[in-house]
Design a binder for this molecule. Structure first.
Ligand code: GTP
Ligand code: MG
Length: 396
């Protein structure tokens, strides 16, 4: 978008009509500036490979970052991977690439650079100053998507808490300046007004949010007590693996599914009894992703309680995804972080319709199923095993 530069205050206004005209002009300029702020980000993505062997892995990670960027409502104009044994402490990437990126930004007409790893507050500041453009990192992008998708009171509180905790060390002049100037990603959601206030207020707000979340936790604990003598099954896995699709099949529900990252943010729970020896509670949960901001896992712990209290996890893996093994490992890491790694689990390799020749690797003592939640293939065998596993939990 181009702006015509002129000054509505130049010269003295003589008549009331002239004054009114100038006031309208001011309003118009403000609207145009606001519109400019909300303009979609046109981004260049940057990843760092520690060695040339690591490059394919970083390429896949940038592919995922590009989906995240798209989910956050921005456009990707270019990508760049730098091979470098370790990040530069001041700029994360080498100074030469910083200069190249600056040129590239203007050639491509891009206005934002998104890094595939978490930047330190100092790296972010230095990069923004050097590039004279908005600089984001993967955690901010993930937080931003969560902020726009959060619907329930609990999810909104949790995302706001995570945003504030991530932002607190970054609340500096540069951050405020850039978030005000550019708006858009990183300045959306419940946390956006908080970027305007000082650290002390942010800390107070964090305490207040934690208190509110504690109250919600107590309510959930009471609800859970009522459901104690049930067999509890939680569906877990990487985002977009098909958890909600399988949940709908197993519980004949209609929760939202979409070919998009982080469709589900809140746990949905359904009790099933028909066909099972006892009542079985199924929970659909939020998906995980690589480099998930620690603050987000921390603040989503209460939502993830459904996972921690489950008797059995259905760990879903999208077998059509090239790095399904890495995604599996990432999910296991988060499960360990929330203390759910000791819970027995079944491995559910989903989307087998897309990859009929998939050969499922086995893990000692873990039952594996090849299914297609979309077509229904393999579901009967899974249900038979769920019936067998729930039998020790009693009869109606
Ligand atoms: N081809 C195929 N597509 C599937 C299958 N299961 C799910 N999908 C599709 O995969 C996409 C993601 O499915 P969801 O059920 O929303 O995945 P999710 O794991 O709940 O994702 P998040 O809530 O975003 O973490 C949707 O477009 C589904 O239609 C399957 O068995 N085969
Ligand atoms: Mg889902």
């Amino acid at each position: 978008m181009s702006f015509i530069v002129f000054s509505p205050t130049a010269g003295a206004a003589t008549s009331p009509i002239e004054i009114e005209k100038r006031r309208n002009l001011h309003i118009l300029i403000e609207v145009v500036i606001e519109y400019g702020k909300a303009e979609t980000e046109k981004a260049i993505l940057v990843g760092l490979a520690r060695s040339s062997q690591e490059r394919p892995l970083v390429e896949r990670s940038l592919e995922e970052l590009s989906q995240l960027t798209f989910s956050a409502g921005a456009e990707v104009l270019g990508r760049r991977i730098q091979v470098r044994p370790r990040p530069d402490p001041a700029f994360y990437i080498g100074r030469g690439l910083v200069a190249e990126l600056k040129e590239w930004l203007s050639t491509l007409g891009a206005n934002c650079v998104i890094f595939d790893d978490a930047l330190s507050p100092a790296q972010q500041r230095n990069l923004e100053e050097a590039l004279e453009a908005k600089v984001l990192d993967r955690p901010v992008l993930i937080l931003d998507i969560f902020a726009t998708r959060a619907r329930t009171a609990a999810a909104r509180l949790q995302v706001e808490l995570a945003q504030l905790e991530y932002t607190l060390p970054r609340l500096t002049g540069a951050w405020l300046h850039f978030s005000r100037q550019y708006g858009g990603i990183g300045a959306k959601g419940p946390g956006e007004t908080q970027l305007e206030i000082d650290r002390r207020q942010v800390r107070m707000k964090i305490t207040h949010l934690k208190e509110k979340l504690n109250k919600l936790d107590i309510q959930r604990a009471t609800q859970r007590k009522r459901r104690q003598p049930l067999f509890k099954v939680a569906l877990v896995g990487y985002t977009n693996a098909g958890k909600s699709t399988l949940f709908n099949v197993l519980t004949r529900s209609q929760v939202r599914t979409a070919d998009m990252l982080f469709t589900t943010l809140d746990s949905t729970t359904r009790v099933m009894s028909s066909g099972y020896p006892c009542r079985v509670v199924f929970s659909d949960t939020v998906g995980f992703i690589k480099k998930l901001p620690h603050q987000l896992v921390e603040s989503f712990k209460s939502t993830l309680e459904e996972v921690c209290r489950a008797d059995l996890l259905l760990h879903m893996v999208d077998c059509s995804e090239p790095d399904y093994a890495g995604s599996f490992e990432q999910t296991r890491r988060v499960l360990t972080e929330i203390g759910a790694d000791e819970i027995p689990y079944f491995l559910i390799y989903n989307k087998i319709d897309l990859f009929p020749d998939f050969h499922a690797p086995s893990i000692n003592g873990v039952k594996a199923f090849l299914v297609s939640a979309a077509s229904g293939a393999g579901i009967t065998a899974l249900q038979a095993e769920l019936i067998a596993s729930s039998t020790p939990f009693g009869r109606h």
